[in-house]
Design a protein around this ligand. Sequence first.
Ligand code: HEM
Length: 141
Amino acid sequence: MKKLNIALASLLLLGSVQVATAAEPTLYDQLGGDAGVTKIIDGMVGHVAADTRINSFFANANIPRLKKLLVEQVCAGAGGPCTYKGQDMVAAHKGMKINSAQFNALVEDLQKSLADNNVDIGAGNKLLAMLAPMKTDVDNK
Ligand code: HEM
């Protein structure tokens, strides 16, 4: 009986340890996984296409490829199961002479998509915070 009790107690302990260490949802999870991130990027690119402040940059862009890489990049950066296979941000934007206002315009288009898709404010802010440090790599290169 004593042995059984010990076995039972260890089982209970194991169970609670498992609960205590259960993984926190990643930002990727909070954004709704692949479907959620895809909707956010589709929406952002839609707003960019209509945004006369910056849409000329994308006149010759390969939009399906760009969307795929953006989804991959956000997924990888937000702790999702992806590997970003595109160029680094300096190389991708070299020679485009993107200024601060143009960078901010794209961020606004992303914010519109976050709102359109009812993304949780906290998760949306985390995504914005993840992209903000890329500004120095994208601007004026
Ligand atoms: C945090 C902000 C940004 C991120 C994360 C981002 C991300 C990316 C990525 C992942 C690519 C594809 C790289 C590759 O081809 O391997 C790309 C390309 C590109 N980006 Fe950005 N970008 C940002 C800001 C901007 C801004 C502000 C503009 C212009 C106003 C811009 C214009 C472009 C253009 C024109 C391309 C090339 C598309 C093509 O030729 O198909 N990006 N960007």
